[in-house]
Design a protein around this ligand. Sequence first.
Ligand SMILES: Nc1ncnc2c1ncn2[C@@H]1O[C@H](COP(=O)(O)OP(=O)(O)OP(=O)(O)O)[C@@H](O)[C@H]1O
Length: 261
Amino acid sequence: MERKGEFAILSLSRVSKGFKLKDGMYQAVDDVSLDVKKGSIHGVIGESGAGKSTLLRLINLLEKPDQGTVTVDGHNLTEMPSKQLRKAREKIGMIFQQFNLVNNVTVSRNISIPLELAGVPKRERMKRVKECLDFVGLADKAEQYPAQLSGGQRQRVAIARALSNSPGLLLCDEPTSSLDPGTTADILDVLKDINGGLGVTVVIVTHEMDVVKSLCTHVSVMEKGRIVDSFSRQDGDFRPAAVRTGSYRDQILGKAGETHV
Ligand SMILES: Nc1ncnc2c1ncn2[C@@H]1O[C@H](COP(=O)(O)OP(=O)(O)OP(=O)(O)O)[C@@H](O)[C@H]1O
């Protein structure tokens, strides 16, 4: 039963996505249903090629599902006319493994662009850019260019840009996979602050177990385009693994090894 305050900010219902290849269709996401609770940090873990990035891109309709519905904050995105969808997307931030910054403009401008696209007046934009830079601890880098920054600093700029329109949901596609362990820990701390301090729900796809262990409140395991297991790390959801022993669930819940008597 759903507990008070635990309603889903995001629901995927029977979502599928296939890609046309030379020798037929490849089903990257296959009939996936998933609820993400408001206020959670929901990790999607799985091997390379499992379909994690495609699943994430289906959430904000960067990929259009072949079937199924995507509901964010009670609004069915899959049925929205494009203008309304653009508005809804402003409230869904996204960050990427390779940061995806615009390299020939300054840090400030990178953060300002989503605000410009949303029609925010200049004065308000400047204020918001400063707030976002302060939040990620890069106020002194405002007039620098991405090439002048380290990987961790670039990811912080990308995070500031993703936060500029005050999203309720932040989608993270392998956000630490290009970073060294120390910088990874810093970025994970920023994501924790975004969740705990700003109340933003975070969905993160990763193949790194440590990222899930240090960050996530809820976990889904993806295999061959399907979600094969989903569990909470918070409330003693220690049901036996739905899949084999030594599964992601066992490892994440700290039960790995219990069977090795
Ligand atoms: N635009 C596309 N056209 C054709 N095939 C695609 C496309 N995007 C993804 N795929 C295929 O779909 C499968 C799932 O890819 P996806 O990137 O979602 O997996 P992933 O779990 O995120 O893996 P990784 O961690 O390696 O990125 C892969 O086999 C990939 O080659």
